[in-house]
Design a protein around this ligand. Sequence first.
Ligand code: CDT
Length: 323
Amino acid sequence: MPRTITIGAAQSGPVSRSETRAEVVERLLEQMREARRRDCDLVVFTECALTAFFAHWWIDDEHELEAWFEKEMPGPETKPLFDEAQRLQIGFHLGYAELATESGRKRRFNSSVLVDKHGRIIGKHRKIHLPGHADHRPHNPFQNLEKRYFRVGDLGFQTWQAFNGVVGMCICNDRRWSETYRLLALGGAELILIGYNTPDHIPEHPEMDQHVGFQHQLCMQAGAYENGCWIVAVAKAGVEEGVSQIGLTSIIAPSGQVVAESKSLEDELIVYECDLDETRAYKTLFDFQSNRKIEHYRPITSTAGPVVPIAEESPRQDTAEKL
Ligand code: CDT
């Protein structure tokens, strides 16, 4: 059985606040059809793909906030994506804001689903690393209120047998944490799907602006290589409601090399045929089973001692004793 999977990374250009779900879904359907024409088995959409990224502005009113969320998946507005996937026999990945009602309790998550070529949901991820702040910062050029609008995901980092391989998901800021890739790889992941909304300016850290594109690639390239995985990372790009976001939608091989990358800040589909068997050499090289032993790390961590803020640092006990 061949283990190549042709993947379309469907970058979204900006979505305006006034665009309806139906209008956005029509854009996504157009990309799904293009992906099918270009022989894709799977099309990957971005984080919160159905709306403008509302975490960039303050919302006080609960009803207004809930309007940005999906109450069911599929729901009436997103069902056309599932129907078209089934008609075209193509899988897809979709990021969305999830309003879950469980045991009578409403909870908001930043989520993504993986859907098979029959239009059935295979798995769901809820974003774990929420960036930004919960307080109102009206003097910033834009805000990042994910800590106010979403709960920390409660599903961990899971993997699924799908598309002749093992697939995992993470969302945007999750990609900056090495634990994400390692946990997915320990679950056998060969392919990791990521959607992101990444501004090219960080209001609290303007000194980092020049590195935003580099750091975006750096963490994913390292994650792919160190864990022997393919990574498909898809942007919401361009200037959206006054916030300028990076593009750089990328497909990264287990070697760590970027093998395909978007050129624009608009809706754009990039396609690559990923051979999941290319993961094998890297997984064998690192061989977690033989080389990654917790007992080898313990002697180092047990002498590390508590972390002391630099200003207050005093000689550690063991060092002081030797003086
Ligand atoms: N959506 C999201 O998680 N965005 C964050 C912005 C953080 S600014 C470095 C990201 O990690 O891209």
